[in-house]
Design a protein. Structure first.
Ligand SMILES: O=c1ccn([C@H]2C[C@H](O)[C@@H](CO)O2)c(=O)[nH]1
Ligand SMILES: [Zn+2]
Length: 132
């Protein structure tokens, strides 16, 4: 896995934490924030967006990826995901598949409300991923 320096990790945690304020979570009240480091150094964020039709909910990770790809950027160097609890959450199965689409070596920084984190490659989180 490519080494991520601690400054970069802290920047991503801060951005993921900040974007949680925008989460639309009237059903679960569970805020999630994602922040991605792009190849050019930009940080692109996303929050979860819930829907009355629960299956229409978009996770923070896919929200960030949709924002990046829609603006023509798809070189994801790392993705950080955080939440407001003391659990270091990992991306759901759908998000793992979507992250994998943009690179099997992408580091996923999984953090909690204390700033504790674990880092896994997406390949480790989604072994034997589906590919076309
Ligand atoms: O990695 C995750 C896991 C869950 N959620 C969201 C979806 C839903 O709004 C809420 C509860 O599942 O958390 C994310 O955004 N990312
Ligand atoms: Zn998800």
């Amino acid at each position: 896995m490519q080494k991520l320096d601690d400054d970069t990790i802290q920047t991503l945690i801060a951005a993921a934490t900040d974007v949680m304020k925008n989460a639309h979570v009237p059903y679960s009240n569970f805020r999630v924030g994602a922040a991605m480091l792009m190849d050019n150094g930009d940080v692109i964020t996303g929050c979860n967006i819930e829907n009355a039709s629960f299956g229409g909910t978009i996770c923070a990770e896919r929200s960030a990826i949709a924002a990046a790809v829609s603006s023509g950027r798809r070189d994801i160097r790392a993705i950080c995901v955080t939440n407001t609890t003391d659990t270091r959450i990992t991306p759901c199965g759908i998000c793992r598949q979507v992250i994998y689409e943009f690179g099997q070596e992408i580091p996923v920084i999984c953090t909690n409300n204390q700033g504790d984190y674990d880092i896994f490659t997406i390949d480790a989180l989604l072994p034997n991923a589906f590919v076309l």
